[in-house]
Design a protein around this ligand. Structure first.
Ligand code: NDP
Ligand code: MG
Ligand code: MG
Length: 333
């Protein structure tokens, strides 16, 4: 079972005694910077010249300097810019400003796990990753609660890197909920697998295949959209609240019976064998290498996939149908 750490296990004064740079002010960056500041930590935000986020951070009372200045001033540097550009930001602005005794922090292990960033031996390398989007992390902190975090140490130069990571997690409210100890390898590989096989890739493919099966059989796309996409939220909410058991308690006995007998015909041993292959390609670095080649090669295939799906009947049907449901998304029009 996982090792869990709470407020009583973490010493806030450790991070209060350091100078923290939060690089990036997006989903995670704003939540970390504001909550650390409110926890009495000396924080500066590092952003490039001309960054769109700068005005927002300053409005919220934070001091913003360039990424290089932030890295030079601070002795704990948390990198919260998008994963594909982290190695460039690191090479250009952070590495030249690292000193022995500094700590390099991450919100996701991708660049360390696959070797795109190779920190020097004299710095601590750790991760504090909230298991939720930044806006939830910040809101929970303000309400006196917290989002569970996972924490890991890749390189323990000081001998105290995990205590520092727990202290940081306490500063953003994570230890109020609970912090689970992991490794960069476990976090990165499971995160990539989950989003590819189940959460994003698996779910999107399942929804599309179901929708296509119904529409190709002559059923109306609007009806197919409700059955294969719209109602998914209800099912997922029930699973989120109480696992498969609560979902099965809530749906009809007919739906529950169909679940038992048909689910395994859809997700078969062949699907699971393919999942294992996907995991292998994550573990051996094939996925990371291909994705970085695609990203830095101009995102050609990425944009082709994006366009193709935006023109799919599922999406064009949904766009119209959601206009009938004012509560679904007020901003979409
Ligand atoms: P976002 O895309 O929300 O943040 C982007 C931020 O980085 C913006 O403030 C952007 O500024 C800034 N930025 C862009 N380029 C640079 C640069 N060259 N130098 C400095 N800052 C730059 O990122 P996320 O918060 O989603 O992700 C950050 C990290 O957190 C990632 O490692 C991610 O895997 C991890 N994570 C994310 C979670 C999430 O829910 N989003 C959950 C857990 C972990 P500008 O406004 O100018 O573009
Ligand atoms: Mg992910
Ligand atoms: Mg039904």
């Amino acid at each position: 079972m996982a090792e869990l750490f709470y407020d009583a296990d973490a010493d806030l004064s450790i991070i209060q005694g350091r100078k923290v740079a939060v690089i990036g002010y997006g989903s995670q960056g704003h939540a970390h910077a504001l909550s650390l500041r409110d926890s009495g930590v000396d924080v500066r935000v590092g952003l490039p010249e001309g960054s769109r986020s700068k005005a927002k951070a300053e409005e919220q009372g934070l001091r913003v300097v360039t990424t290089a200045e932030a890295a030079a001033e601070a002795d704990v540097i948390m990198i919260l810019v998008p994963d594909p550009i982290q190695s460039q930001v690191y090479e250009e602005s952070i590495a030249p400003n690292l000193k022995d005794g500094d700590a390099l922090f991450f919100g996701h292990g991708f660049n360390i796990r696959f070797g795109f960033i190779k920190p020097p031996a004299g710095v601590d390398v750790a991760m504090v990753a909230p298991k939720g989007p930044g806006h939830l992390v910040r809101r929970q902190y303000e309400e006196g609660r917290g989002v569970p975090c996972i924490a890991a140490v890749e390189q323990d130069a000081s001998g105290n890197a995990f205590a520092l990571a727990l202290s940081y997690a306490k500063g953003i409210g994570g230890t109020r909920a609970g912090v689970i100890k992991t490794t960069f390898t476990e976090e990165t590989e499971t995160d990539l697998f989950g989003e590819q096989a189940v959460l994003c890739g698996g779910t999107a493919a399942l929804v599309k295949a179901g929708f296509e099966t119904l529409t190709e059989a002559g059923y109306q796309p609007e009806i197919a959209y409700f059955e294969c996409l719209h109602e998914l939220k209800l099912i997922v909410d029930l699973m989120y609240e109480g696992g498969l058991e609560k979902m099965r308690w809530s749906v009809s006995e007919t739906a529950e019976w169909g679940d038992y007998v048909t689910g395994p015909r859809i997700i078969t041993d062949a699907t699971k064998a393919e999942m294992k292959q996907v995991l292998t390609e994550i573990q051996d670095g094939t996925f990371a290498r291909n994705w970085m080649d695609e990203y830095h090669g101009g995102l050609k295939k990425y944009n082709e996939y994006k366009t193709a799906d935006s023109e799919h009947l599922l999406e064009t049907t949904g766009k119209e149908l959601r206009k009938l449901m004012s509560w679904v998304n007020d901003e979409e029009a």
